[in-house]
Write a protein that binds this ligand. Sequence first.
Ligand code: C5P
Length: 221
Amino acid sequence: MKKKKIITIAIDSPAAAGAGTQAKLISKHYNLFYLDTGKIYRLIAHYKIKYPKKFNYLFIKRKMKMIKMSDLQNKQLLSNNVGILASIIAKNKKIRKIVHSFQIKCAYNPPKKYNGSCLDGRDITYKIIPDADFKFFITANVKNRAKRRYLELLKLNKKIPYNEVLKSIKKRDKNDYNRKISPLKKTKDSTLINTTNLSKKACFLKIKKIIDKKLIINGNI
Ligand code: C5P
């Protein structure tokens, strides 16, 4: 029997640009398996803090083999410190290699009940799903992103001064854009979505319009 063609959506973005929110809305709308790849680097950062003595490549490999989606829901992964440590860990070539195989599996072999997959991160459009059906680069002004992250952290009862959040977003941008391995970049074939002056809904509708247009042309809907 011919294997059903799945839809793949790749999204890259700097921190707190709203990519996760959009990826979740898109995944729900098109019934796609969603993977927030940043959460994996955050999980590894969390392990480094929790198990400093056991932390090595073999330990990470073992943990990745046993990974469950529920591990990625841990609220501790959302802290500012874990985010900064994740962006330092993410520079490591060997760790990225371990993490990539899991991400590629999720992208090309999502559970059967889904119509495909949607992944967001920093290197999804050119490293994890280079042949994705849809590619987006979602960004926003840095002050705007810091304000969003500040409010998100407040909601989690983590009261960190706005200026500190802004500083850490800038630090992560510097790490992510300038690292040698898998730096954050907008590929030529990605559609730029700037969310600075867009509501969540307006942004979703903009992305949906692009996806629907191609799906209709290709006879998918
Ligand atoms: O997306 P999030 O902010 O949770 O990601 C945490 C960190 O993980 C990022 O700052 C980035 O350094 C790293 N990351 C990455 N590649 C990805 C996703 C995240 O290097 N695909």
